[in-house]
Design a binder for this molecule. Structure first.
Ligand SMILES: NC(=O)c1ccc[n+]([C@@H]2O[C@H](COP(=O)([O-])OP(=O)(O)OC[C@H]3O[C@@H](n4cnc5c(N)ncnc54)[C@H](OP(=O)(O)O)[C@@H]3O)[C@@H](O)[C@H]2O)c1
Length: 293
């Protein structure tokens, strides 16, 4: 039995990863590394066997205890952390000091092509450490529609982005959690591999808007704005500058980049088809239909 530490446990991918580990009756002991144990215990109320430890990427003094007797670690980069040398360098060093031999890192599709995105820097730190690792590189989360973009959808009936006609490789986070749980349990089979994860659809926001409109009555529209206008709208709403800039980078730059390839990893690894956009939208339909006032 291994002891597996899951960072970002309470987030989108962390939650699904833990759910799949339990659903597949993992033989391993799972520890959620979280900032607030009380809050996490409420979230994971249906997981009585789950262990908790305080872990904060921004508090390096939490690393020592959290990493004690851990065999395998699932790492993600919380979206607001971009200073990799300050937070991830000491973490990877501590992982090595503690003799942890297995890292599964949630990266992003295309990380190998960029010098500026934080995931590339984290991948490099892990490679340089010599620790065995698996890099999971997912495409664009379908759940962005039901999280980051949901307020505009619900309140303004719009998807507002500077994405133009750029196409994205949509992937359901449930599919990512399933693969992450597989990698964590059976690390040896995928050791030092990079796994790209996408669904089977590469679509732009106009198409996705039409797909949403097929199942809701109060229709929405895709409002393509230039990056400056997007910045002004989001800043006026009180969003942090860093987050708005990341949103621009994620949605504006793909307009000038080669469309990334679709990957068949999910199907190869599970024998199942990945979630389609239509399936995801039907599953989450109530969120898109609700007009919150
Ligand atoms: N969105 C996309 O389309 C996309 C595509 C590919 C890759 N990605 C990558 O996926 C990652 C985000 O995954 P996600 O959506 O699962 O994230 P998320 O839902 O935003 O969750 C972030 C998690 O990190 C935790 N966290 C935040 N700050 C922390 C800190 N200082 N110390 C310890 N834990 C902390 C949060 O815990 P609390 O409960 O304490 O807040 C939460 O569990 C990012 O690296 C992103 O670049 C995203």
């Amino acid at each position: 039995m291994k002891r597996i530490l899951i960072t970002g446990a309470t987030g989108n991918v962390g939650l699904e990863t833990i759910r799949f580990l339990y659903e597949s009756n993992t033989p391993n002991q799972i520890i959620a590394g979280v900032r607030n144990i009380g809050k996490a215990k409420e979230i994971f109320i249906d997981y009585p066997g789950l262990n908790f430890v305080t872990f904060d990427f921004e508090q390096t003094d939490t690393f020592n205890t959290a990493l004690e007797n851990i065999d395998t670690i699932f790492i993600l980069r919380p979206p607001h952390i971009s200073d990799i040398p300050t937070y991830f360098k000491p973490l990877i060093e501590k992982i090595k000091d503690k003799g942890i031999h297995q890292i599964v890192f949630l990266s992003v599709q295309g990380a190998e092509k960029s010098k500026i995105i934080p995931h590339t820097k984290i991948e490099k730190l892990i490679e340089e450490s010599g620790i065995d690792h698996i890099f999971l590189r997912p495409g664009y989360f379908m759940q962005n529609l039901s999280t980051t973009l949901i307020q505009d959808i619900q309140l303004k009936r719009k998807i507002i982005l500077p994405a133009g006609h750029a196409k994205f490789n949509w992937i359901d986070i449930q599919n990512i959690g399933e693969i992450a749980s597989l990698m964590l349990d059976d690390f040896a089979s995928y050791k030092n591999q990079t796994i790209e994860l996408t669904g089977n659809e590469c679509e732009n926001f106009s198409t996705v808007t039409n797909l949403i409109n097929e199942v809701i009555s109060d229709k929405i529209e895709y409002y393509n704005v230039n990056p400056f206008k997007f910045y002004c709208i989001k800043k006026k709403e009180g969003n942090p500058v860093g987050m708005v800039l990341v949103m621009i980078m994620l949605h504006f730059l793909p307009r000038f980049q080669k469309v990334p390839d679709i990957s068949d990893s999910y199907e190869k690894l599970t024998g199942k088809k990945p979630t389609t956009l239509r399936e995801f939208i039907s599953r989450e339909k109530n969120k898109f239909d609700t007009l919150v006032i």
